[in-house]
Design a protein around this ligand. Sequence first.
Ligand SMILES: NC(=O)c1ccc[n+]([C@@H]2O[C@H](COP(=O)([O-])OP(=O)(O)OC[C@H]3O[C@@H](n4cnc5c(N)ncnc54)[C@H](O)[C@@H]3O)[C@@H](O)[C@H]2O)c1
Length: 329
Amino acid sequence: MRIAVVGFGHIGKQHCKNVMENENLELAYICDPFISVDDLPAGVRDSCLVKDYDSWIENLNPSDVDLLIIATPNHLHYPMLVKAMTTYPFAGNPILVEKPVVIKNEHIEDLHYIQEQRRNKGLEEIPIFVNYPLRFLPSVNVLKNNWDSIGDVRIANVGVFWNRNKGYYDAADWRGKLDKEGGPLFNEFIHHLDLISYLGGELSINSGNVKDFSHNYTEVEDTGLINFKFNEGGLGVLTYTVATPNKSFDVNLHFIGDKGSAKLTGLYTNRLIINDDIYEFPINRNHYAQVLYSITEYLNGGTMDDRLCMMDDGLKLVSTINDFYSIAR
Ligand SMILES: NC(=O)c1ccc[n+]([C@@H]2O[C@H](COP(=O)([O-])OP(=O)(O)OC[C@H]3O[C@@H](n4cnc5c(N)ncnc54)[C@H](O)[C@@H]3O)[C@@H](O)[C@H]2O)c1
């Protein structure tokens, strides 16, 4: 299968590496107007680089691309998705978009509309996957597979205490910007909010607060506290921060159900307690490779991996985050 990657930054490089390390995949294009052929990974032909800012999609030969990966800054996902979904003859090709799918609510309807227009014309919906690699952690898989021993969630109590310093924000001009990043819930803690609903069920926002303790050089909060409720009746709280002093401290997700209790913990979410059972898994920081593997297996005619997140679920999460921000900011 041939893959095109748009955006060759921190995460785009990781996607390219994963493609190149998989013998069944081939890197067909890297689209990024801000890099040169000298930046291409060893072994990638110069002709793979597409530097055209506006008409990058027109530069792709659709029959050379089985999957397009969009790994550009958050605010560019929307225009790039629209372009990829509507520019013929490319339109129809599967897409993996980085989280968050979009950051503005008004863009959610547009993406649904494009898929609806395709259905009305008798065309198939475009398979659009969203990259939530935490769903592929062994600790999460074991918990998901043993969810029966937890039952219906009564309480989810989640804390993510990370550190992001000035160097992180200085490294890319979109980070920490309201209109481009959207805020830490879109950029960092969307992963944990996704895990909460992936494991515990759909949820909606009750109330919340945000505060900025130590990042006055960004346009967004560094800390937030979300009160939410599960559609099935349980209650939850998520506390997130990038203002932990010196370095990231901990991630913990507690679930108290009507049958039992579970806790995912550790900075890399690699420890798990389910009732009396304790598990510790090796730290693996590249579960992106597994997301890619599952998508390409599916596109090759395999079964759908139910850990994959599709666009509709990704858009629900965007709407939930905006619900929270409209209350808390
Ligand atoms: N799923 C995950 O675990 C995960 C982890 C980190 C980042 N992300 C997401 O990945 C995306 C990229 O984040 P990053 O940290 O790699 O950012 P980055 O700033 O390191 O890289 C972004 C890249 O996009 C390129 N770019 C900018 N405008 C472009 C355009 N018009 N066309 C093509 N390329 C363009 C830049 O030159 C840069 O190389 C973000 O949406 C982020 O939220 C996801």
